[in-house]
Design a protein around this ligand. Structure first.
Ligand SMILES: *[C@@H]1O[C@H](CO)[C@@H](O)[C@H](O)[C@H]1NC(C)=O
Ligand SMILES: *[C@@H]1O[C@H](CO)[C@@H](O)[C@H](O)[C@H]1NC(C)=O
Ligand SMILES: *[C@@H]1O[C@H](CO)[C@@H](O)[C@H](O)[C@H]1NC(C)=O
Length: 363
């Protein structure tokens, strides 16, 4: 935990960012997700939606929205480009673990969360989410934790016991209690719940969210969920449905005990539909409005009001951000952007995916 506090302070203090080179802050761009295949063949691998940064390495989810995606979890080094200046990705932790149809491997990595101990928690939907008619074997959704330094699998949690046919798992965070126990939270938009898993005790439960979280008539479309840390180690889970009218929060501790009354509260009303993009690993939330590319920062210690939303990224671009994340080695916040709306069009090829990892304009 001490290490974590130090990292958070470094993000704010420029003095921690030694030996920063000018091109360290340039965007990392790659088209089509070019991936190195063993033994050196390159393939187009599609569109990156989520990313986490550990030192100079970027870990990336490429959900299987289309058929023929070779790898769903990838890694790239921000500093290495091939001799044509292209960014290349490699499967993480290896090729074998990307095998579609083999339930011991990753099927479609849809979210990932790097925790302060260096574990990378990956949420696997269990099957591809393509519209194509051919049968894609369904595996149970699961969570896999990798040691980010070695790629070794540290934990694998099959989620079958916590889901129902309506389930649609979307986001994952890892949380450490005051006593040091590790908890995983996974948002399930389809059943309006959060799956809670106590990693050390190897047991979990499902927390049904209160009815006011979404109006009966509104679609249970996307359930955004973020972990916010406060001083005194009080952590909160913030959540909101894309089509919900309000933002809610719950004390993480009250999620951790089965059958405990959940103490969620309404944080504020949204003026427009918005999309949570991430946090600074501390107490600020980054978000954008639906169909807009500008990114705002909101310090959750302040009321949820437009006056407290700070515009932090306003680059005119056809690319939309889908995730905001910390980059401690360079002391900045970054965004992963892509041409997602265009890409999910049925006719779009993997090679037409445009991916960009950029530094937020205002840090
Ligand atoms: C965003 O765009 C979609 C598709 O064009 C549209 O259905 C939706 O109403 C738009 N949302 C907002 C908040 O403008
Ligand atoms: C958020 O606001 C609180 C209270 O004003 C302040 O202590 C904290 O430093 C702020 N966080 C950031 C990242 O600015
Ligand atoms: C996508 O395209 C394929 C081939 O052109 C077609 O068979 C399929 O019906 C399309 N799917 C959707 C959802 O439009």
């Amino acid at each position: 935990m001490q290490q974590w506090t130090l990292m958070v302070h470094c993000l704010a203090a420029v003095t921690c960012v030694w030996a920063l080179k000018e091109n360290d802050l340039e965007p990392v761009n790659w088209v089509g997700g070019v991936t190195i295949m063993h033994p050196g063949k390159k393939v187009n691998n599609g569109l990156a939606t989520r990313a986490q940064i550990f030192k100079d390495n970027v870990f990336i989810c490429v959900p299987r929205f289309k058929s023929g995606i070779e790898a769903t979890l990838l890694k790239t080094c921000m500093k290495s480009k091939d001799h044509d200046g292209n960014v290349c990705l490699e499967p993480f932790p290896n090729w074998k673990d990307q095998t579609e149809g083999d339930c011991s491997c990753l099927q479609s990595a849809i979210d990932l969360f790097l925790d302060p101990t260096g574990l990378l928690w990956v949420l696997d939907a269990g099957s591809a989410q393509t519209n194509e008619p051919q049968i894609v074997q369904k595996c149970p959704p699961k969570v896999v934790a990798y040691d980010v330094r070695t790629g070794k699998i540290i934990k694998e949690i099959i989620l079958s016991a916590f889901i129902s046919p309506e389930s649609r798992l979307q986001f994952i965070v890892a949380d450490y209690s005051v006593e040091g126990s590790c908890f995983i939270y996974v948002s399930d938009a389809g059943t309006k719940s959060i799956i809670v898993y106590n990693v050390n005790a190897e047991k979990g439960h499902r927390v049904i969210l209160p009815p006011e979280v979404i109006q009966d008539s509104a679609p249970k479309d996307v359930l955004y969920m973020l972990l916010i840390r406060k001083a005194r180690r009080d952590n909160f889970v913030y959540f909101t449905y894309r089509s919900g009218e309000d933002v809610f929060a719950v004390n993480a501790r009250s999620l951790q005990f089965e059958n405990a009354p959940i103490k969620s509260f309404n944080v504020g009303k949204k003026s427009k539909k918005l999309i949570f993009l991430g946090t600074d690993d501390w107490d600020c939330i980054y978000f954008r409005y639906e169909n807009k590319t500008e990114v705002y920062k909101w310090n959750t210690s302040k009321p949820f009001l437009e006056a407290n939303f700070q515009l932090v990224d306003n680059v005119k671009s056809e690319l939309i951000p889908t995730h905001a994340m910390t980059d401690y080695n360079r002391g900045v916040m970054r965004l992963i952007k892509s041409n997602l709306p265009h890409y999910i069009d049925n006719g779009t090829k993997q090679g037409e995916a445009i991916n960009s990892l950029v530094v937020m304009q205002l840090n």
